[in-house]
Design a protein around this ligand. Structure first.
Ligand SMILES: CCCCC/C=C\C/C=C\C=C\CC(=O)SCCNC(=O)CCNC(=O)[C@H](O)C(C)(C)COP(=O)(O)OP(=O)(O)OC[C@H]1O[C@@H](n2cnc3c(N)ncnc32)[C@H](O)[C@@H]1OP(=O)(O)O
Length: 301
């Protein structure tokens, strides 16, 4: 019976939940995925390794020093996710980091500082695009969080179906935007509310709280805390459990849960870009970012 279910589960709905929702999908070349048992692709910031026999793809961030989400990272992630979304051999995706101690430092602050309005617009569209791909993926997404995960790093984890965090008190996670003098946009907030509930999100976002693994587990921001050397293996074990559920049933259930949040973002996408560009280009906000970057550098010296 289990084997039968697994076979049935292999018949997956094509495309992300976005295209399953009736929106036009986009087609991308599948150049690097052949019929070998393992397909790897490495670009400068992201490594994708799909094991065809298990159906698990590991997407590793490899942009030292802190895997910040700049234009290169956003573009490479978008291409990698599009390819995996279209690959029938892939049933689940694990996000993790190849950089010691950091999952992702979130959006690259240098992409939000001292740039043109056109740059801010393009950058924000790319950030939205990545979130849409992650949040609406038809695949099972597990975050194997093996380092610090502030702001955009936390958002990537929140977009997954399951979160495993390494048990190291230095690996804090949260939407800390308020601490930088910026504001978590509504879809960051929605992702947090959908995970931890309204009351906790309200406090968490206003204070920009960064949670220790123990506290993140307590509020449900992560689902499991495990020793650092077990993060990836636990993610793979967990994925096998998710694989027991037939894909079509899981995908439709996922879509049912996430569609209102995705639709809200799509309906407000252009306004959100306008708000971001207007907000980030203000002198006072630019000053806050400058001071924050200086503070990060001072902390080192
Ligand atoms: C009303 C309308 C509202 C509309 C919406 C408006 C606005 C929304 C706007 C934006 C939303 C943004 C979300 C984000 O993601 S903002 C990014 C937030 N990120 C952080 O705060 C993380 C900051 N970094 C850290 O805390 C630490 O670096 C970290 C714990 C990740 C790692 O610590 P470690 O000690 O290992 O490394 P460091 O020495 O601190 O850093 C090394 C190196 O990297 C630089 N750096 C760190 N983070 C970033 C970053 N996010 N972007 C760019 N660069 C970063 C750091 O300055 C060091 O550089 P250098 O000194 O070696 O040159």
């Amino acid at each position: 019976m289990a084997t039968l279910l697994r076979k049935a589960a292999r018949v997956s709905l094509s495309g992300s939940l976005l295209s399953a929702g009736g929106r036009p999908g986009r087609l991308y070349a599948l150049s690097y995925f052949g019929s070998n048992s393992r397909n790897s692709s490495t670009s400068s910031k992201v490594k994708v390794d799909l094991d065809n026999s298990s159906g698990i793809a590991v997407v590793k961030f490899q942009g030292p020093p802190v895997n910040s989400m700049g234009m290169d990272f956003l573009t490479e992630m978008a291409i990698g996710l599009d390819k995996l979304e279209l690959d029938k051999n892939c049933r689940g995706i694990i996000l993790t980091s190849a950089v010691p101690k950091v999952f992702s430092a979130g959006l690259d602050i240098m992409d939000m500082y001292g740039k043109t309005l056109e740059h801010y617009e393009l950058f924000w569209r790319s950030v939205q695009d990545l979130w849409l791909k992650l949040y609406s993926s038809s695949k099972i997404m597990i975050a194997a969080i093996n380092g610090a995960s502030p702001a955009g790093g936390c958002l990537m984890a929140l977009s997954c179906d399951y979160r495993i965090l390494a048990d190291n008190p230095r690996y804090k996670i949260g939407l800390n935007e308020a601490q930088l003098g910026i504001v978590a946009p509504f879809w960051f907030k929605d992702s947090m509310v959908n995970t931890v509930g309204y009351r906790i999100a309200e406090e968490s976002i206003q204070f920009g709280v960064m949670y220790s693994p123990a506290d993140a587990l307590k509020i449900g921001l992560v689902d499991q805390v495990v020793p650092e050397d077990k993060v990836l293996s636990t993610a793979k074990e967990k994925m096998e459990k998710w694989f027991d559920i037939p894909d079509h049933a899981r995908q439709i259930s996922k879509s049912m849960m996430r569609k209102p949040t995705i639709d809200r973002m799509l309906a407000n996408r252009e306004t959100d870009i306008k708000n971001f560009v207007g907000f980030i280009s203000k002198d006072s906000i630019q000053k806050s970012l400058e001071m924050y970057m200086a503070m990060l550098k001072m902390k080192k010296g």
